[in-house]
Design a binder for this molecule. Structure first.
Ligand SMILES: Nc1ncnc2c1ncn2[C@@H]1O[C@H](COP(=O)(O)OP(=O)(O)O)[C@@H](O)[C@H]1O
Ligand SMILES: [Mg+2]
Length: 372
């Protein structure tokens, strides 16, 4: 059975919009959020890197402590009324990471010490998978809270769509790494290992200098408990995102060959990881049928002027180009449909002139999303 997006919006608790950078994840996530809220659900859109204009439309700002509602007048414009609601929160990975540290550190002092540690400051934004991990953490927290019927997660801008799925694994690989183990005091470590690590300590401080080495050791000590907890959380979240009754993964792609290769790979990966993949969304494409009318000679009436004829010829050339693109995109859509498997669908979104940053164009996107 292939559920429609409209069915997913009314039955799931979490939708995750994945895709390579710039394909339209944030736009699609917002369109879905509007559609669900209009149907009466209490929706939270966890958004990342919205364009400045989109952030203004949603009334959201960076570093807010809690989600904010869509401004009154836009709620009305979008046809959202109680019990439906739409709130947005702009994820700031750095901010969530500090939240996680505060919560998991053994004491508030140790949390503060860690966040002021030079190594932590450098590493927290850099560690592979940290952004993805923090996005999932925020998602997890909001879903536990029960204030929303549906949480839609827009994912961090990444080179390819897979980075998001791989985030927690890359993170735990980093934390499990040999180097990390050397610094973590462990009760299971025997004398020889401790001796070895103190030898290593001496070598490292000789190499890096006492001060940096001290920072390193403090960093690893303070983060030891947090690391363990993070890895445990990451695997719990993996399970929680695999629930086919509650969660749906959507992959947004553009018609470009690179984005498509990515999309197919993502599809394969979700299958391997047993994640509920439910739709390919081919954004900014010509596959979406807009009742196209093409210019023909009878539009000109009897005895057209030479200028009108030449204008018509030019229009027809452009129309031919568009027809070729429509065919190409429709073929892509069919291919996506075939790759989607028997539980997922493929659908197309039009390319709106002037972008999709205001309520009117986002509503157009929302309407197309729920109509297929
Ligand atoms: N279907 C569309 N029609 C017109 N403009 C679009 C469409 N989808 C996205 N855009 C525009 O493309 C830009 C990138 O979209 P965005 O959703 O931020 O991508 P991503 O989140 O994947 O990086 C934005 O300026 C957005 O308004
Ligand atoms: Mg985005």
């Amino acid at each position: 059975m292939k559920p429609t997006l409209s069915e997913l919006l009314s039955t799931r608790r979490i939708l995750v919009c994945c895709g390579a950078g710039g394909v339209g994840k944030t736009t699609t996530a917002t369109g879905l959020a509007l559609a669900a809220a209009r149907e009466g659900r209490r929706v939270l859109a966890l958004t990342i890197d919205p364009s400045k204009r989109l952030a203004e439309t949603l009334g959201v700002e960076r570093n807010l402590k809690a989600p904010v509602s869509l401004p009154e007048e836009r709620l009305r414009q979008a046809g959202i009324e109680p019990p439906g609601s739409l709130e947005t929160w702009m994820l700031d990975p750095q901010l969530i990471a500090s939240g996680v540290v505060r919560r998991l550190a053994p004491s508030p002092e140790s949390a503060e010490r860690l966040m002021n540690n030079r190594i932590y400051k450098g590493v927290s934004g850099m560690v592979a998978g940290m952004q993805e991990y923090t996005a999932m953490q925020a998602l997890y927290d909001f879903v536990q809270e029960d204030r929303y019927d549906l949480v839609i997660l827009d994912t961090p801008p990444s080179r390819n769509a897979l980075d998001f799925l791989d985030g927690p694994r890359r993170l735990s690989r980093f934390f499990d790494g040999r180097i990390f183990q050397l610094f973590v005091p462990s009760e299971e470590q025997g004398f020889v290992q401790r001796a070895a690590s103190s030898l290593i300590s001496r070598v490292l401080s000789a190499v890096f200098g006492e001060e940096t080495f001290g920072d390193l050791q403090e960093f690893f000590n303070a983060f030891a408990t947090i690391f363990t907890q993070l890895t445990r959380n990451a695997s719990q979240m993996g399970e929680f995102l695999a629930d086919p009754e509650g969660v749906a993964f959507l992959l947004v792609t553009s018609p470009s060959p690179a984005a498509l290769t990515d999309a197919f790979f993502f599809r394969k990966k979700t299958e391997e990881m047993n994640l509920p993949f439910r739709a390919f969304i081919l954004n900014r494409s010509q596959a979406y049928d807009l009742d196209r009318v093409y210019p023909t000679a009878d539009l000109l009436g009897p005895a057209p002027s030479p200028a009108a004829l030449s204008g018509l010829a030019k229009l027809q050339e452009l129309a031919d180009l568009e027809v070729a693109q429509v065919k190409r995109d429709q073929k892509l859509l069919r291919q996506l449909g075939e790759k989607a498997g028997d539980q997922a669908m493929a659908m197309a979104l039009p390319n709106l002139t002037g972008g999709a940053n205001d309520i009117a164009s986002l509503l157009k996107i929302a309407n197309v999303l729920v109509s297929s």
